[in-house]
Design a protein around this ligand. Sequence first.
Ligand SMILES: NC(=O)C1=CN([C@@H]2O[C@H](COP(=O)(O)OP(=O)(O)OC[C@H]3O[C@@H](n4cnc5c(N)ncnc54)[C@H](OP(=O)(O)O)[C@@H]3O)[C@@H](O)[C@H]2O)C=CC1
Ligand SMILES: N[C@@H](CC=O)C(=O)O
Length: 343
Amino acid sequence: MLWKIGIIGFGNVGQGLAHILNRKKEILKRRYDFEFIVSFIADPVRGSLYNEEGLDLDAILKEMAQKGSLKNRPEFTDKGTLELIELAKADIVAEATITNLETGEPGLSHIRKALSVGSHVVTSNKGPIALAVDELEQIAKNNNVYLRYEAVVLSGTPCINMVMECMSGCDVKSVAGIVNGTTNFILSKMEEGYDYPEALVEAQKLGYAEADPTSDVEGWDSAVKAAIMANLFFGAKIKITDVSRQGITKITREDVLKAKNEGKRIKLIAEVKRQGNDVIASVSPHLIPMTHPLGNVIGPTNALTIATDHLGEVTIIGPGAGRIETGQALLSDMLAIHRFKNA
Ligand SMILES: NC(=O)C1=CN([C@@H]2O[C@H](COP(=O)(O)OP(=O)(O)OC[C@H]3O[C@@H](n4cnc5c(N)ncnc54)[C@H](OP(=O)(O)O)[C@@H]3O)[C@@H](O)[C@H]2O)C=CC1
Ligand SMILES: N[C@@H](CC=O)C(=O)O
């Protein structure tokens, strides 16, 4: 089968995915029998493109790098994103627009529409998954398509599917760790001598930060990931506002250096655990000894320890943010759909 793919949101992650698809086209065919074209890219500000026969990713990525816009390409269309989803009826839609933690929009409407027209959806967008995963799973089921969202926690480092699929049968007792790449990067850079604003700008340049980085530094991004894990891994029904939350904005370089002199590091830790019949989730900075495994997780790297009944503790460490890293999560979800449909 030739998969027709649509990409919605051509920012860091959308372009990261396009780079991987472009570079790995032949390998994906040879190794997984995964053949594809990208028939549309929707991003109204940068320029949306549509060609039923497939877009030239190489040329598009070059143009994007040189001009920052796709509006002069021959495949340019001024159709809106929802209209394009409907018109193109791609087999798989990759949704990578900004995370909106209050409404989930515009991603929520994009995912609803794509599933309703019969497209499988893979997404890195945390808003729709935190706010409406049950509704979206139901729409997917009604339309006989898959919705997958490996990227929403720990970027490309396996987490959601590892727990939900590879660890199925286990009871998860708690999860705890570093789940935001931007803040961990900023704290590491502050230890190297950067000012907080300098470190944040660097994180933005590298494609780690949210469109509004307040979400990272005030702990909202870690909180939404904690809420998603509480709901998926523990069967809870908590909202992001149920997560007790403190970010890193009050931490100064002096605090970071003082911790270092004491052989410790400040880490923003997210935790979800059972307490009686409740599931509670929190995000706050902790002083961690450098000798502790989490004390040596630096830069945009994340780490999560999942405590279970059958396996005891399982710890995963890997990239928590990045263009290619998150694109990899979207690709792995596409390949899973390809496997399921060919089983
Ligand atoms: N960056 C990372 O490491 C990770 C990101 N994520 C999540 O992935 C998603 C994308 O992140 P990232 O690529 O960094 O964010 P960016 O802000 O770089 O990209 C988002 C893109 O979506 C576009 N967009 C906005 N509205 C629409 C619309 N209606 N239709 C189509 N496109 C639209 C934006 O356009 P414009 O800005 O021009 O308005 C922008 O180009 C976010 O939800 C983020 O939380 C998840 C894991 C890791
Ligand atoms: N802004 C987020 C991106 C991934 O979810 C982060 O820094 O972790």
